[in-house]
Design a protein around this ligand. Structure first.
Ligand SMILES: Cc1cc2nc3c(=O)[nH]c(=O)nc-3n(C[C@H](O)[C@H](O)[C@H](O)COP(=O)(O)OP(=O)(O)OC[C@H]3O[C@@H](n4cnc5c(N)ncnc54)[C@H](O)[C@@H]3O)c2cc1C
Length: 320
């Protein structure tokens, strides 16, 4: 997540930060900055303590979780927090559990823990599909779910996956707790609705009978960021689609959502023709940028193919 003074660099960040090494080539002077500026460091012992520390140090303080995104940004001087609030000891944010009709995933759950969770993978296979293709074991062992969402990188796989299943983000501040649909969580590239004195504490995923979900991604090599990716969630009533969720990664879909394709699918039959048409609609409404991962037309083609593929897989899983 960027703080106000850093937002002006969004455009450059979008171009450069993924992958981070490209920053060095693209951003001139920062290429030689490999040491963070000085900062204060505090280790939080509870959520309340973390919130008090954020309030104490003000808007130039930052939460640090896995540090896989924030530390490289600090080394490259793309972020210069005056204080880091370490939340790694907050075990209360590191649980995965079913409560009522929701799967609740704490913000401090590591990628590897989500991938190892049978309950998460059983209810929402899309999460395991996505986790299997996120980075490598080093990143997955340390990087957190909360850090991934709060980083709000347009190429972040979990953002599209949580979008597809209509997850709810739980955000806590000193004044109390609020809930925000993940679809309203992202304010732009590298920007979210989490305030400087707030913490993302949990993701809640509504459990629904007969929901099938899947995530498909094309990267240049194993463990790389997406060239393009698509996640789909389908609820079926016999042959008909009662609800459809489609999240797109790295292709300039507003808030990661393929809303027009979802609208097209809802209420119609779950047929190969309609899935293909939904893929075409999704491709027509996103805005991929040409970069070192490929030209825009190629990415658009991938969106059509991957969306269709994810829908087929989600249907097969919904039908058991
Ligand atoms: C080499 C490499 C390859 C990668 N490949 C992929 C990939 O293929 N796909 C993919 O999706 N991701 C990939 N990632 C990104 C990675 O999955 C996550 O972005 C990263 O783990 C962020 O999580 P973190 O816990 O390390 O966050 P941090 O770096 O600690 O924090 C990131 C941001 O989130 C904020 N933050 C963290 N937690 C909270 C919270 N609870 N509340 C409020 N703000 C918070 C921080 O202040 C900071 O602004 C890759 C990362 C690396 C280093």
């Amino acid at each position: 997540m960027l703080h106000p003074g850093e937002r002006r660099d969004n455009a450059r960040l979008t171009l450069c930060l993924t992958p981070l090494l490209r920053v060095a080539a693209a951003a001139g002077t920062i290429a030689f900055m490999q040491v963070p500026a000085q900062f204060e460091y505090e280790r939080a012992s509870s959520v309340e303590h973390a919130l008090a520390l954020l309030a104490k140090y003000g808007p130039e303080s930052r939460v640090i979780a896995g540090g896989h995104s924030l530390i490289p940004m600090m080394k490259l001087r793309l972020a210069r927090p005056e204080a880091l609030i370490d939340v790694n000891e907050l075990a209360e944010l590191a649980t995965i559990e079913v409560t009522g009709d929701e799967l609740r995933i704490g913000a401090l759950v590591r990628h590897a823990e989500l991938l190892a969770s049978e309950v998460a993978g059983g209810l929402f296979p899309i999460l395991h599909d996505a986790e299997r293709v996120i980075a490598d074991p080093i990143v997955r062992n340390r990087g957190t779910i909360g850090g991934s969402l709060c980083q709000a990188d347009p190429s972040e796989d979990l953002s599209a996956a949580f979008t597809a299943v209509r997850a709810i983000a739980v955000i806590r501040g000193e004044e109390g707790e609020r809930t925000v649909p993940v679809r309203d969580f992202f304010a732009g590239p590298y920007d979210t609705v989490v305030g400087p004195a707030e913490l993302l504490v949990e993701l809640r995923l509504p459990i629904r009978d007969g929901l099938g979900s899947a995530y498909t991604k094309v990267g240049r090599r194993a463990g790389d960021w997406a060239v393009a990716a698509a996640g789909a969630a389908l609820a079926l009533d016999g042959p008909d689609v009662t609800e459809a969720g489609i999240g797109l990664t790295a292709v300039g879909a507003p808030r990661f959502v393929a809303a027009e394709a979802e609208d097209f699918l809802r209420g119609g039959a779950a047929t190969p023709d309609r899935f293909e048409k939904a893929g075409t609609i999704a491709a027509g409404h996103c805005s991929p940028a040409a970069d070192q991962r490929g030209p825009a037309d190629y990415k658009r083609h991938l969106v059509a193919t991957l969306t269709t593929r994810a829908l087929h897989l989600a249907q097969a899983r919904a039908e058991g």
